[in-house]
Ligand binder design. Sequence first.
Ligand code: HEM
Ligand code: HEM
Length: 227
Amino acid sequence: MNTELQTPLTWVQIVMDLVVHSLLFIFTAYIVYLSFSHSAFLFAWHPALLTIGYTVFMSEAILSFSENNLLTRNRSFQWRVRFHWIMQTIGGVLSTAGFIAILAHKFVNDKHHFHTYHAIVGLITFILTALVGVGGVWTKYSYNLRQYLRPVLAKLIHGALGSILYFLAVITMILGLYSNFFVRSSFSSARGIGIFILIITATYVLIKPLTSCLMRFRSAPMRVSSL
Ligand code: HEM
Ligand code: HEM
């Protein structure tokens, strides 16, 4: 448990937190439902696993550092870091499986690879995920590695790249909502609702890391001698 005194949340913060978590789960459940009810076996795993990986696991992992997150706010920082990397690792494994599924699907059906905006931004997102994950391990041990890079900078870089990556994942998913598969299988206003949910939830997820990055960016030069 967190030993620091927590400021109680207002009812607006509680409602916002519950709404955002519900939207993340509703969006994911809808994509999983569409994937398995409207598409071929191998392809189905692509949108399903990638949406679970990014929308549920990566969002929850980043939100674990938010003071407004009802699930984790009473936990210690060490607990949140453990929760964060376990969630990111599970999300990374699911996303890799979803990525392999689309490659295999296209290979089996003799289709071109990386030809759409969704595919190209998706590939960049996927590669950046691996790099940010490695950077996360460095951040976890940044105190031991301090002779190579100051911990405050490691945290700043990891937080900033992690936020850019999350933003890219949202763009990839929005582009996925423009794919023939989604247009064919969903109802007419589903894309608009999906984009609305992704923008609202991404804003909520990214506010805390971006604020921390800004504060670290301002304070980093002054801490040169102390780290
Ligand atoms: C962040 C999550 C996602 C990532 C990183 C991602 C990545 C990719 C990549 C790299 C490809 C191209 C594979 C190739 O050309 O060999 C692809 C294809 C595809 N994805 Fe996704 N995807 C994501 C989510 C989604 C979602 C949510 C949907 C549908 C709602 C979707 C639908 C498709 C479709 C239909 C294709 C085949 C057509 C195309 O290449 O554009 N994806 N995805
Ligand atoms: C691609 C996957 C990952 C993404 C997108 C990501 C993203 C982030 C973001 C945005 C933050 C800042 C949170 C905030 O300030 O509110 C953060 C913090 C952190 N992450 Fe990650 N992370 C990833 C993987 C990992 C992994 C695999 C580890 C460890 C093995 C890790 C360790 C940490 C630690 C220790 C912090 C706290 C830094 C601090 O403020 O002291 N991350 N991560």
